[in-house]
Write a protein that binds this ligand. Structure first.
Ligand code: GDP
Length: 367
């Protein structure tokens, strides 16, 4: 008998089979997650071509990975996607923190999508590399756009030098274009070198400015203004409208003094409000006219060709530098030489020469 207490002699007592108690820990916790199956180059390329967002995302992760085998795979995927790339408008967007980049990209992006476009938003955020934090932000950005199925938003790759991060973004552009995104925004913060990197991968460079501080023209580097194909003054709403207009005329005057840009396009200055969605179509009309203009003059092609050459050279520079600094003997000698230079025992130039000689010697020995 299973439960002796159920014997008739113990009337009034009924013991039932117990209920198994709940486990205290989550039984699924230790179960191994089934690994996502590895994809072949062709899986990636086909997925991307079909516009499969999850495969595109995985391919971008591959591009961003530092692991050598990922890099090799990524390069193959990029190579196979190249013939399907190029058919987009690449637009760089910069502005200091608080200028309203996210707010504006959200509405510019919706404008693009409402007009039948597909949009990828990429970013280059040099701050995330140095401080592990980022200026472009972990906060939820582009809230409306992130709900759109035709928008692909990817934060900045975080590891590596600015050059390395920029190269990854440039490669990601290729993948996004092959996936059918016909508008690519590349966003960056207007605080440093990253504008030059973005400028070298886009067709149109948009500078977002603010009015109302009284010293609009100070604080932005002349170089950044010179790169801009369009300057837009945000937050032209409420009692800020007049100040925005004033700032716009100051910018126009300043631009007047700049040498003509190689595209022969005269950069325009427009006021708008990203938050209240005022003037978005005017900004976009300028961008449409720019593309029509440079396609007609042939500058569009020329700039892209120049950029392709530039990126080839940049990649060579980056790989050479990486290779150089990875050779153990070179690193050891470099350390010794640094001490000698600091102690004034040797000049920087001859020390550099010695380290380079060592490097070339090792290279020829390994041939
Ligand atoms: P970001 O740092 O350049 O990305 O700037 P955000 O888009 O985060 O905007 C910074 C602040 O400015 C936020 O509080 C926005 O709500 C506000 N803002 C952005 N665009 C406008 C605008 O057109 N008008 C007004 N009044 N405020 C805006």
């Amino acid at each position: 008998m299973e439960h002796p207490e159920n014997d008739l002699q113990y009337k009034g007592l009924q013991v039932n089979a117990g209920v198994q108690s709940q486990p205290i820990t989550n039984p699924y916790k230790n179960r191994r997650r089934t690994a996502t199956p590895a994809l072949t180059v062709n899986d990636y390329v086909e997925g991307i071509r079909k516009g499969d967002v999850s495969i595109l995302g995985r391919a971008v992760t591959l591009v961003e990975s530092m692991a050598e085998q990922h890099q090799a795979l990524a390069q193959e995927v990029i190579e196979k996607c190249l013939p399907f790339s190029g058919n987009s408008r690449r637009i760089g967007i910069t502005g200091v923190p608080g200028a309203g980049k996210s707010t504006s990209i959200d509405v510019f992006g919706l404008h693009v999508i409402r007009n039948g476009g597909k949009l990828a938003v990429l970013a280059i955020d040099p701050s995330s590399e140095r401080s592990k934090g980022s200026i472009l932000g972990d906060k939820t950005r582009m809230e409306k756009l992130s709900l759109e199925k035709d928008a692909f938003i990817r934060p900045s790759p975080s590891a590596g030098s600015l050059g390395g991060v920029a190269r990854k973004t440039r490669e990601t552009i290729v993948l996004c274009e092959a996936a059918g995104y016909d508008n690519i925004f590349v966003e960056t913060v207007g605080v440093g070198q990253s504008e030059t990197a973005v400028h070298s991968m886009v067709d149109f460079f948009l500078l977002i400015q603010l009015a109302g501080t009284g010293d609009e023209l100070q604080g932005i580097k002349r170089g950044i203004m010179e790169m801009a194909d369009g300057i837009v003054i945000n937050k032209a709403d409420g009692d800020n409208i007049e100040r925005a207009k004033l700032a716009a005329s100051q910018f126009r005057n300043a631009l007047f003094l700049f040498p003509p840009s190689p595209s022969k396009w005269k950069p325009e200055v427009i006021t708008y409000s990203g938050y209240y969605e005022i003037g978005i179509d005017i900004v976009w009309d300028m961008i449409d006219r720019y593309f029509a203009f440079v396609k007609k003059t042939g500058y569009f092609e020329r700039r892209r060709n120049e950029q392709a050459k530039y990126w080839m050279r940049e990649t060579i520079d980056e790989q050479l530098r990486n290779h150089f600094y990875q050779v153990p003997e070179v690193r050891a000698l470099l350390q010794q030489k640094e001490i000698r230079v600091l102690n004034n025992e040797q000049s920087s130039f001859t020390a550099a020469r010695d380290v380079l000689d060592k490097y070339f010697e090792i290279i020829s020995r390994n041939k």
